[in-house]
Design a protein around this ligand. Structure first.
Ligand code: CU
Length: 241
């Protein structure tokens, strides 16, 4: 927690010193233009040192930010970065964030969402790019077109915090009530941070003023159990966007 706060302060310092901070929203609402399965914006230009803050605000949702390549948009890049999955049962505050610092702006950085449920998000066009060429063959538009054309399940491999051309120094955080983080690089195990042991369940009953908590604490045990099964189902890829 102290580390997360420190990192946030560091990101803030960067933002104050120069315009070296950019924000990308991960996922959206069903009613949003473009639907649930998108990063907003989905392509940015970011010089070295820029902290790209991915805000997991799309709710309900279950998304990742996973590095891939232009030629294989829906599979993890060897040595690539990965945020792990962040599951949101409903809109929650504070919004979970993942800070990625650009370390090599000479090459494009491509990424996708590896969630498969209810259908592969990558194939729905949930991909993004940093420093993609704006002309020629390897544009973001061409990358997204290739993702939509991708057949089969997108790659589920867990990457690392440090990727190719960009790196993070911490997992997604904070994890508010109603949210569950799992399959992170630090756990390297898609089920290591399950709701039964993870912060999702702990903060779930901690009693803040978010709407998600209000709903769930009204009948703690039964709703808690249903949340648990929903979250577990999400982990198994059975349900949820
Ligand atoms: Cu997604």
């Amino acid at each position: 927690m102290i580390f997360t706060a420190g990192f946030t302060a560091l990101a803030f310092a960067f933002a104050s010193a120069a315009s070296a901070q950019m924000t990308i929203q991960v996922g959206a609402e069903a009613s949003s233009q473009g639907g649930i399965f998108q990063y907003t914006p989905n392509t940015i230009s970011a010089p070295n040192g820029t902290v790209v803050t991915f805000q997991f605000s799309g709710a309900p949702g279950n998304h990742s930010v996973t590095q891939s390549s232009f030629t294989d948009p829906c599979n993890p890049l060897a040595g690539g970065f990965d945020s792990g999955w962040l599951f949101l049962s409903a809109a929650a505050t504070p919004v979970p964030e993942w800070n990625l610092t650009i370390t090599d702006d000479t090459k494009p950085i491509w990424f996708y969402c590896k969630q498969l449920s209810p259908s592969p998000h990558c194939g729905a066009g949930m991909v993004g790019a940093i420093n993609a060429p704006t002309t020629g063959n390897n544009t973001f538009a061409a990358f997204q077109k290739a993702a939509v054309a991708f057949k089969g399940a997108s790659g589920q491999g867990v990457g690392a915090l440090v990727g190719v051309g960009a790196s993070a120094s911490a997992d997604i955080g904070p994890i508010p009530s109603g949210a569950t983080l799992f399959g992170t690089p630090s756990t390297a195990n898609p089920t290591a941070t399950s709701p039964s042991t993870g912060s999702g369940t702990t903060s779930h009953t901690s009693g803040t003023t978010t709407s998600a908590t209000t709903t769930h604490t009204s009948s703690a045990s039964s709703l808690g159990a249903s949340f648990l099964s929903m979250a577990m189902a999400a982990i198994l890829g059975i349900t949820f966007a």
